[in-house]
Design a protein around this ligand. Sequence first.
Ligand SMILES: *Cc1c(COP(=O)(O)O)cnc(C)c1O
Length: 452
Amino acid sequence: MRPSAWFQSVTGEPIRYPLNEVRYRSDDGALLEVVHDTDALRARTPAAWMRLLDERYGRTRWPYGSGVWSRHEWVQPHVAVENVVSLYEGNSNLFWAERYGKEQLGLADVWVKQCGTSHTGSFKDLGMTVLVSSVKQMIAEGKPIRAMACASTGDTSAALAAYGAAANIPVIVLLPKGKITSAQLIQPVANGALVMALDTDFDGCMRVVQRLTEDPTLYLANSMNSLRVEGQKTISSEIVQQFDWEVPDWVLVPGGNLGNVSAIAKGFVEMQELGLIARLPRLVCCQAEQANPLYQAFVRAEAEGRDLEERDFTPISAGETLASAIRIGNPVSLPKAVRALVRCRGIVEQASEQELAEAAARADRTGMFNCPHTGVALACLEKLAGRGVVKDGERVVVVSTAHGLKFTEFKAAYHRDELPFRSAAANRPLEVGSDPDEVVAAIHRALDATHG
Ligand SMILES: *Cc1c(COP(=O)(O)O)cnc(C)c1O
C-alpha cells in the first residue's frame, strides 16, 4: 500500500482535504493538521523502518541525506522526489552537555539538540523545506502560485527566502522594523526576497500578511501553515534515532507561536503509533516571562489541579525580550500545543531576562554558543532540576532553536555588561599595547587572577 496523507481540522471534524490544495484552515475556520494513513505505514515493521532510516542517514542519495527527507514517507508522500527543495537540513548534532549538566544541574545525561546548526541557522529550515517542496509540487501540477509570503520574527523569513531562492520561487517577507537582529535582516535581503520593514510588531505584520494572502496566488508560509509541522516533527525521530532508538525522559523546547512544541509531540506520537517507541517523553514548553501567555494558562489549570485546556488561555501583549523570536502574545498554534502538552504530560515553565541570559552564558562557558531562546530553555531546566522535578538518572534533551551567531548583539551586550542587570560572567577583551613584555605580564596577571 502506498502511504498517503491529507489535511484535517484539529477539531476532529472528519473531512479530508488534499495536500496539494492552497488551504490554511478547514471550512469551519479551524487550524489544519496533516494526518497520515498509519495503516499503510505499518506495512513496514518497526525494525524495517529503523533499518531504512539508518541506511539513509546522512548519505548523498537525493533527497534522503536530509534529516527531513530521509523520512519522506512520514512527511509528504505525495511530493515527487524531483520537486523536493532541500538544503540537506536536519541531521543536526545532539551535543552531550556533560560539563554543563554535571556542574550546573547535577544531571549526567543532558543533551542539546542543535537545530540551529542548519542552513539558515535556525530550526525553521526543517519546516520550510517541506512547505517550499509542496509549493513546487503544486506549481508543477499547474497551480497558479506567483510567490510565497510570510510575517516573521526573523528566522522564518530567513528560511523562506533561502528555500525560495533555491527553488526559484519569489518570496515576500514582512518584518517588524527594528525588532529583529541584523543577521536575520540580511539573510532575506541577500537571498533576493522582497523585504518589507513594517512600523509595527510581529502581531501587526501577521495581520497584514493575512490580508495579502487572501489572494490565492500568494502562498502563506506562516506557522499557521500546517505543512511546516511535518518537517519540524522530524526533530523527535532524529533524537530517538541518535539515541539508538531510545526515548529520552524529558524534552524541553522554547515556545512562541507554539508550532514547534506541537510538532515535536506529533513526531513522538506518530512514532509510537508505528511501534518504533513504546512510550512518550515528557515535554516542557519554555517561555520568556515577557511573552508567557501559555505559562499563565498552565498556572491557572494547575491551581485547579487539572489538565491544561484551551479555555485557560488569554492572549497578552508581549513585552520586549532578548528572546525576540518568541515574543508572541497570541500564538497561532495554541490548540495544537494544548493537546501536545496534555498528551506528553507536559509542563510550561518561564524564564526572566536575567535568568535566560545567565543560563545561556553559563552553558557557553562549557563550550556551547547559545541563542537567547535556547537560554530560556536552559534556564527552565535549571529551575526544574533545582525543584527536583527533573532528576539525575533521567535523560534530558534541550532543543536549541537557533545558532548563537544570529544573536551576537545579545551576547555582545551581555559581555559588555550593558543589559539591564549585572552580567555575572561578563568576559571582556583585555586591551593592551604591543610590547611583548607588557602583553606577557598582563596574561600572567589574568591567569593568576582566574586560576589562583
Ligand atoms: C521560531 C522560533 C522559536 C519559536 O518556535 P514556535 O514554533 O513559534 O514556538 C524559538 N526559537 C527560535 C530561534 C525561533 O526562530
